[in-house]
Design a protein. Structure first.
Length: 275
């Protein structure tokens, strides 16, 4: 399309705001940002206005001082509920492939309902599992206190003690890779073998180390399409600057690929994320 992209890493708030000044000094007309902290929204927008720059958010949506989404800023992000549905469907498909009987199969979904996108992902996942025929009372939700591996180990442990003795197979879900990885670790400590556990995360990049292991209950992850998202936002910004065509306020992306031990190297190489 004949435009130049300037890339700037913005690890924190201070650097973000000074980066906007330097973009303007470099003759940029607009920028696309994944904010390091969503509460910087008002400051980023004010800084952009002063410099006459157009701004678009990607992945994480800006929030105002009251904690509400700044819906006037065009945003492109993952369609959380739909991606969750695909995650749940992938878990159910793998359970069927392994010939699991729903009567001795249980699901533990680690939830973090304080975060809207997290809640939507796990709600979507649960809906798909129910649609696949898992009895509702076989789906246990476990509230996360923290979004890391130790936090999800704790949450899953609290659910595992509630399982009946007939629980033979387990499905482990959560809003991202780490919330599932910790859950899988908990199943190992509880004596479940990898063949009896299906954990599928969302993100893909945090699952690489785990998928390099020969075998574990962590089966795979739903990998988004950052290359498509990057291309789309750059094109939207270009058309906004050159033609005055304002991007939609919200563009939902639900393109995800299930990566497993069988295909993860190939899929990550395709989008330049293989290390």
């Amino acid at each position: 399309h004949g435009f130049t992209v300037i890339k700037i890493a913005v690890p924190d708030g201070e650097k973000t705001l000074s980066a906007i000044d330097s973009l303007a000094a470099n003759g940029a007309k607009g920028f696309v940002i994944c904010p390091p902290d969503v509460s910087l929204g008002p400051a980023i927008v004010a800084k952009a206005k002063v410099n006459g720059l157009k701004v678009m958010a990607v992945d994480d949506r800006f929030v105002d001082a009251k904690g509400n989404f700044m819906e006037d800023v065009p945003y492109l992000g993952m369609a959380a509920f739909e991606v969750g549905q695909k995650q749940g469907a992938a878990m159910a498909a793998e359970a069927k492939k392994r010939g699991w009987d729903w009567k001795d199969t249980y699901a533990v979904i680690n939830t973090f309902n304080e975060l809207d996108t997290g809640k939507k992902r796990t709600d979507g996942s649960i809906k798909s599992l129910e649609e696949a025929g898992i009895p509702k009372d076989h789906i246990l939700t476990a509230a996360l206190k923290t979004l890391d591996v130790p936090g999800s180990m704790d949450a899953t442990n609290s659910a595992l003690v509630k399982l009946p003795s007939g629980a033979k197979n387990l499905i482990i879900g959560g809003m991202n890779d780490n919330t599932v990885l910790g859950g899988v670790r908990a199943t190992e400590s509880a004596g479940f073998k990898a063949a009896n556990v299906i954990g599928i995360g969302i993100n893909g990049t945090d699952a690489i180390g785990e998928l390099k292991k020969a075998d574990s209950g962590f089966f795979g992850s739903m990998l988004p399409s950052p290359h498509i998202e990057g291309y789309n936002t750059a094109l939207m910004m270009y058309e906004w600057v050159t033609k005055g065509t304002e991007p939609p306020k919200y563009t939902a992306m639900d393109e995800v690929t299930l990566i497993t031990r069988a295909n993860f190297q190939e899929e990550l190489t395709k989008i330049g994320l293989w290390k």
